[in-house]
Design a protein around this ligand. Structure first.
Ligand code: ADQ
Length: 483
C-alpha cells in the first residue's frame, strides 16, 4: 500500500536526555499542529532531524533515539555540529533566509556552506529513499530542503512529490543574485506540486523559472523533463478551534485557576481606569520589524501624549538562532530601545513597555491574546504570520483590533484588519490611535468576518487541500503518460 511521508528540517518533537533516559514531548509549532491530523492517521512517516547532535550520541543512545522516534511514526536524520554550523546556521539562515526576505545586506554567499547544504540535502534524500517505494506520496517542507525534491525524483520517478515553502519566494530581481540559482530551482522542480502561501510568491517563482531556466510556463503549470509541474498558493491557517476553545475556557477561570501572569495583567487593568494594552509576539528575528515597531510606539507616545499612563505595550520576543551574529545585534538593539523608551516615558506608576524575552507555554499565550486590546504585528517581511491569526481566533467576544503589516502574507486574507506599512511611523501612530478608539461595534463587525474565514480555512483544511491537489497531479500525470 502507498504511504505518505512528511519531510521537514526538524521532527515535530522535542527529545530531552537525562541519565541516559529519553523524554519525548510533541512540538507545538504551526507546522507540527498543522500536520497533526494527517500524521495521526498513523499511515504517515515523518522524517527530520531529532534536535540532537551526532557527537552527543553514542551507539546505544542513537539506537534508543531511533526506537523512540519510530514509536511516534518518525525517522531521524543524523546531523553533526559541523552540518548545523554550515547547513543550518550557515546556508539556510545566513543565505536563504535573509535573501528570501529581501535582506540582501545580511546575505552571505559562501561556498563551504553551499557544499554543506548539498551534503545535508543528500543525507535527507538517503533517509527518504530508505523509507519509500516508488508510488508513495512525499510532502517536503521549507527552505532548508530546496534540493530534496530533485534528489528523490531521480530515484523515485513515480512518487508524488509535493513541496511547500513557508517563507516568501522573492522577486526575480532579488533571486537572480544567488550564485546557485539554477541548482536551487532545478532542485525544487523535482516536485510535482509546489505550494506557496500567496499568489505573489507563486508568481515570483514562476517568473524566476521562466527567466533563469528559460522554461515555458502555462498559467500555473511548468513543462519540465517530460513532466507537468503545478504551482499554486495554499495560505496556511491555524488550529482555530484549539485557540478559540482555549479562550472560552480561559474566560471561565476563577481566581484560583488564573496564572500569575494573568493576575498581573488583571492588576494593571484594574488599577488604571481606561487602561489599554497593545501586544506583539514573535521570534526575535530581524524580519519581524521589532525595532521599527518600538520606534513607531515611541513616536505614538510623542504625538499623542494623552495615551501616556493609559497604554501599555506588551512585547514578547522568543529567543531564536542566537548564534547568528545579526540576531545578537538585534537583541542588543531591542534591549537598548526598550530601555530608552521606558527611561524616557516611565512615571512612578507606569512603565510603557513590558518586555519578555523567552518562550511561553500555551496557557500564557492565551492570557496575553485575551487580555490585550490591540495586536501590533509589523513584520518587514513575513511568509504568512500565524500570530495575527491566533490573536483573532481568541477574541471570543469579537472585541480587539489587529494592526497588521502589509508585508505579511496574512495581510492578503485579513483585509478587515488595519493594514499598515511597517516603515511608515506616522501611519502606525495614527492607526494605533484609531485602533485604541475604535467603537466596539466596528471591532465586532471586522472580527466576525475574520473569524469566519479563519474557522473555515483552518490548518487541517490547508494540509488536506495540499494533499488533495498533490494526489490530483499524480492522476493528471498518469492520464498524460497513458495517452
Ligand atoms: P515563524 O517565523 O516562526 O514561522 P509565525 O507564523 O508567526 O512565525 O509562527 C510563530 C508560532 O510560534 C506561532 O504559532 C506562535 O504561537 C508561536 N509562538 C510565538 N511566540 C511564542 C512564545 N513566546 N512562546 C511560545 N510560542 C510562541 C514561519 C514563517 C511564517 C509562517 C510560518 C508557517 O516565517 O511567515 O507563517 O512559518 O508557515
Amino acid at each position: 500500500m502507498n504511504k505518505t511521508i512528511i519531510v521537514s528540517n526538524r521532527l515535530p518533537l522535542q527529545i530531552d536526555i537525562s541519565n541516559d533516559k529519553l523524554r519525548i514531548t510533541p512540538s507545538v509549532g504551526g507546522l507540527a499542529t498543522g500536520m497533526k491530523s494527517v500524521h495521526e492517521e498513523g499511515k504517515t512517516l515523518w522524517i527530520g532531524w531529532s534536535g540532537l547532535k551526532e557527537e552527543d550520541l553514542d551507539d546505544t543512545l542513537t539506537r534508543k533515539v531511533d526506537q523512540a522516534v519510530a514509536q511516534e511514526h518518525c525517522a531521524a536524520v543524523s546531523l553533526t555540529g559541523k552540518d548545523l554550523d554550515n547547513f543550518y546556521y550557515g546556508f539556510s539562515n545566513r543565505t536563504l533566509w535573509p535573501l528570501f526576505h529581501y535582506f540582501m545586506e545580511y546575505t552571505y554567499f559562501e561556498n563551504i556552506q553551499w557544499e554543506s547544504y548539498k551534503r545535508v540535502n543528500r543525507k535527507f534524500a538517503d533517509m527518504v529513499l530508505k523509507h519509500t517505494d516508488d508510488g508513495d506520496t512525499i510532502w517536503i517542507h521549507d527552505y532548508q530542503l530546496l534540493l530534496l525534491p530533485e534528489l528523490i525524483k531521480r530515484e523515485r520517478p513515480n512518487a508524488s512529490i509535493g513541496f511547500f515553502l513557508h517563507i516568501p519566494f522573492p522577486s526575480y530581481e532579488v533571486f537572480r543574485t544567488m550564485p546557485w540559482r539554477e541548482e536551487l530551482l532545478r532542485g525544487m522542480l523535482g516536485a510535482d506540486l509546489l505550494g506557496f502561501h500567496t499568489y505573489d510568491y507563486e508568481r515570483h517563482f514562476l517568473s524566476s523559472v521562466r527567466r533563469i531556466l528559460r522554461l515555458d510556463t502555462h498559467f500555473n503549470e511548468i513543462s519540465y523533463e517530460g513532466r507537468t509541474i503545478r504551482v499554486d498558493s495554499f495560505p496556511m491557517g491555524i488550529d482555530y478551534r484549539k485557540f478559540h476553545n482555549a479562550a472560552i475556557a480561559h474566560g471561565r477561570q476563577n481566581e484560583a485557576q488564573k496564572s500569575d501572569l494573568q493576575k498581573r495583567l488583571d492588576t494593571h487593568l484594574l488599577s488604571t481606569p481606561g487602561a489599554k494594552m497593545i501586544l506583539s509576539i514573535d521570534r526575535l528575528d530581524y524580519t519581524k520589524g521589532i525595532p521599527n515597531r518600538l520606534r513607531a510606539f515611541e513616536y505614538f507616545l510623542e504625538k499623542y501624549p494623552q495615551f501616556r499612563e493609559k497604554v501599555r505595550f506588551v512585547l514578547l520576543a522568543v529567543p531564536s538562532r542566537s548564534n547568528v551574529p545579526q540576531y545578537q545585534l538585534l537583541k542588543k538593539e531591542t534591549d537598548e530601545l526598550v530601555g530608552r523608551i521606558n527611561g524616557r516615558f516611565s512615571s512612578v506608576s507606569w512603565t510603557p513597555i513590558w518586555y519578555f524575552y523567552r518562550s511561553m507555554p500555551f496557557e500564557n499565550l492565551i492570557d496575553l491574546y485575551t487580555s490585550c486590546d490591540v495586536a501590533l504585528i509589523t513584520p518587514i517581511r513575513d511568509g504568512m504570520n500565524l500570530v495575527a491569526k491566533e490573536y483573532i481566533a481568541t477574541r471570543v467576544d469579537q472585541s480587539g483590533i489587529l494592526v497588521l503589516s502589509e508585508m505579511a502574507g496574512a495581510a492578503k486574507e485579513m483585509n478587515e484588519a488595519l493594514l499598515i506599512n511597517p516603515n511608515n511611523f506616522e501611519q502606525i501612530a495614527d492607526t494605533l490611535k484609531r485602533a485604541l478608539e475604535m467603537p466596539v461595534e466596528e471591532q465586532a463587525e471586522r472580527n466576525a468576518f475574520l473569524q469566519q474565514r479563519l474557522e473555515r480555512y483552518s490548518v487541517d483544511k490547508w494540509a488536506g487541500e495540499f494533499l488533495k491537489a498533490l494526489r490530483a497531479t499524480r492522476k493528471l500525470h498518469h492520464v498524460m503518460v497513458s495517452r
